[in-house]
Design a protein around this ligand. Sequence first.
Ligand code: CP
Ligand code: NVA
Length: 303
Amino acid sequence: MKKDLLKLLDLSGEDIKEILDTADQMKYSQKHGIPHDALRGKTLAMIFEKNSTRTRVSFEVGMYQLGGHALFLSGKESQIGRGEPIEDTARVLARYCDGIMIRTYSQEEVEALAKYASIPVINGLTDFAHPCQVLADLMTIREKMTRLEGLKMAFIGDGNNMANSLIVGGLKCGMDVSVACPQGYDPDPRVLDFAATVEGPKFQLCRKPEDAVVDADVVITDVWASMGQEEERAERARAFAGYCIDDKLLSLAKPGCMVQHCLPAHRGEEITAEVFEAHADEIFEEAENRLHAQKAVMYLLMK
Ligand code: CP
Ligand code: NVA
């Protein structure tokens, strides 16, 4: 494993497998009351420049369960909001803490933080990537389907942070990945370049959701307007019309296919209320697995 978790492009398939195996152990220990306080006495600083429910709570609770402590730093209320360079914040936090989790806009800011911090840095979402979420998704799919290799993942919607991380994570785990995005909303070129290096017909970028979901084992979506894109909401609603996971679309996937959504969800936009409720157990298991997957990441990076 590297020092940091900044994006799945930095990890090998073996690294991801090690995290998922450790996450399964973390979940087992937590469910069976087996002590796993390997981070006793350690502190995680959590910087949030965007909203969060799951990421904030799962990191804070996870750190507590590992015997350590997590502290919340709001981008606005800390000196980051007044323009203190991230390079200086990195060197200060490294003097007090044992790890940093950051949720922000620019991937470059996270990379700079990691470069200047001598302690591990974990990306809790940028505009480019959401690696912790996708580790939880892969864990959830493997848990239900018993494997990842050879399964087909279909992502319907915006070529955003989730699409970018799902493509990389899925391909690195040997999955087939099909993505359907409207023209102008494709995944990041760095991700498409990576997908082009994967041998065999493993990756497909489609315009029609119907083409992407054929024979899928898992169908995934995310909001049409991500955090920071609120002003584009009306324009995006027009562009994404038809990119909704409904029963008709799901009928083209494999019988018994899973549905995943990182949440929060907008029923009636990217997913119907009916499909959401029919797959609520899988979706909330995915949310729970954030806790176990991130405990695995913190343990592997900070122990
Ligand atoms: N899925 C996810 O990252 O949720 P939050 O925005 O609530 O952290
Ligand atoms: N793509 C969404 C994910 C939220 C967890 C966003 O960036 O807002």
